[in-house]
Write a protein that binds this ligand. Structure first.
Ligand code: ADP
Ligand code: MG
Ligand code: ZN
Length: 485
């Protein structure tokens, strides 16, 4: 394709505060609470009420802004963004417009092309709208309004148009979600609408550094929707340009059901929000002391942690990504692979991502529900690495550790599971198997080489699964070889 794709993303994240942005109403789980039960005169936009800024929301916003390396404004302003829509009882949304909380940040991402820096244009606070449910029953058609969501604190992060592909956009969006979660700002729960995207897409001739005309797509509620919408735009715009036409700047909505865009009416198209300063709220002040305190308390951020896991533990990117997806897993791994445990980080990663993750998937719990300390798991990995038990036995021991809470050493001792590496003993077992299966031995000697695996299985069975597989294989080959001679 002779065009370069240019994308800028606007990400809206609900902040996980206990109460709403400008009133004391509880922030409730949309899948649990009955409609319109978490509302009050302020978030319903009754006359004569006054908004008060939720400082906990500002604190979370500050964490995000600083984690994104933004310059934070000592004083920022709230404005009214006016439009009429049934999900907006006040007739305006309180948002930050001309003087946002923070500007000029950056989020590093790791793409298949290497590390990239995505510049962040601005981070600002606003409030969420209510939720509309459209009902269509035969000829009847109407909409239901739930205002539980109205007034939930929302943080918007606007990127510069620095993304160059669908993959970039996805990696950036995932990276930003990981950061929002890591600093405790947002649940990041897409199924519950906690994060929503708007994608701005344009094309330009490859090699050009001027921006092409952009199309904005709103209402993207999942990574999948965002990717489909961008692909759809790239296809449409390149067809237009190929045919000698010009892309029209416009705002579109995304129709999740039909996987296509639709033209937005009224509120988005008008684009005249008649912003004006919110008269009922003073400027939002964030002093240096507050900033310094929040900055000092930031955890290790996901991107830095991913890089560290890849270098410090020499792990492939896919493993490092899985291990750093959430703070609890990463902390567990740091303990597990700590030098005093004396196990190879790769072995530690294999156990955690393999057997332990499988168990967590089965039980449906998170890392916090794992009844196994890093030291306990390390003991098992060590006993397998030093040959005390073989791999299949080690897996059985793990299952029994998870079930009973007993230690690996204890289980192995009590159940007599130690691996047999004794050469003489194994030689005896091999001898016995070859002796008892003269028919198969004859077949082997007349050229059926694959039977060696069958003999191997017989020896392991005779050893109750406890024999050292390497020793068995070597001994078996030695005895078969001498039969051939
Ligand atoms: P608005 O507020 O109307 O959406 P902005 O100028 O704030 O407009 O831009 C919003 C987003 O659009 C930003 O993420 C920005 O990076 C992106 N953007 C701006 N111009 C382009 C372009 N030509 N192509 C792709 N994205 C763009
Ligand atoms: Mg926009
Ligand atoms: Zn309220």
């Amino acid at each position: 394709m002779p065009y370069q794709v240019v994308i800028g993303l606007e990400v809206h994240a609900e902040l996980q505060t206990r109460s709403k942005m400008f009133c004391a109403c509880a922030v409730v789980d949309p899948t649990q609470a009955a409609p319109n039960t978490a509302v009050c005169p302020i978030c319903l936009g009754m006359p004569g009420v006054l908004p008060v800024v939720n400082q906990a929301a500002v604190e979370l916003a500050l964490r995000v802004a600083l984690a994104l390396d933004c310059q934070v404004a000592a004083s920022s302003l709230f404005a009214r963004k006016n439009y009429f829509y049934p999900d907006l009882p006040k007739g305006y949304q309180i948002s930050q417009y001309e003087q946002p909380l923070a500007v000029n940040g950056r989020l590093p991402i790791l793409t298949s092309q290497g590390e990239r820096i995505v510049r962040i244009r601005r981070v600002h606070l606003e409030e969420d709208t209510g939720k509309l449910t459209h009902i269509q029953r035969g000829a009847e058609s109407y909409s239901l309004v739930d205002l539980n969501r109205a007034g939930i604190p929302l943080l918007e992060e606007v990127s510069e148009p620095d993304l160059r592909s669908v993959e970039d956009a996805r990696t950036y969006a995932e990276g930003l979600r990981a950061l929002l979660r890591r600093v405790g700002a947002s649940s990041g729960d897409m199924e519950k609408g906690a994060i929503r995207f708007e994608a701005n897409v344009s094309l330009r001739p490859a090699g050009s550094d001027e921006l092409g005309t952009r199309v904005e797509i709103k209402n993207l509620n999942s990574f999948r929707a965002m990717e489909s919408a961008i692909r759809d735009q790239v296809a449409r715009q390149s067809a237009t340009l190929d045919a000698g036409g010009q892309v029209q700047q416009e705002t579109l909505g995304w129709d999740d059901l039909n996987n296509t865009t639709f033209s937005q009416r009224s509120k988005e198209e008008a684009h005249d929000y008649r912003y004006f300063p919110e008269p009922d709220l003073p400027p939002l002040a964030v002093d240096d002391v507050w900033q310094a305190r929040v900055r000092a308390a930031l955890p290790e951020l996901p991107h830095a942690q991913l890089q560290r896991f890849m270098t410090q533990y020499d792990l492939p990117e896919t493993d490092a990504r899985l291990l750093t997806e959430d703070a609890a897993t990463a902390a567990y791994f740091d303990h597990l692979a700590a030098p005093q445990h004396g196990i190879a980080p790769r072995a530690a990663a294999n156990w955690l991502l393999g057997e332990v993750f499988a168990w967590l998937n089965q039980t449906g719990g998170g890392m916090g529900s794992l009844p196994l300390t890093p030291a306990g798991l390390a003991e098992l990995v060590r006993l397998q690495e030093d040959g005390t038990v073989n791999l299949p036995t080690a897996k059985r021991v793990l299952a029994s550790m998870l079930e009973s809470g007993r230690g690996a050493g204890e289980i192995i001792a009590q159940e007599g599971l130690s691996q047999v590496s004794d050469g003489e003993l194994i030689a005896g077992l091999v001898h016995q198997v070859l002796d008892e299966h003269s028919h198969e031995l004859a077949a082997y000697l007349s050229g059926k080489d694959t039977l060696v695996n069958w003999f191997f299985g017989q020896v392991m069975r005779l050893a109750g699964g406890k024999a050292n597989p390497a020793v068995v294989r070597q001994e078996l080959e030695r005895q078969l070889h001498s039969k051939k001679a």
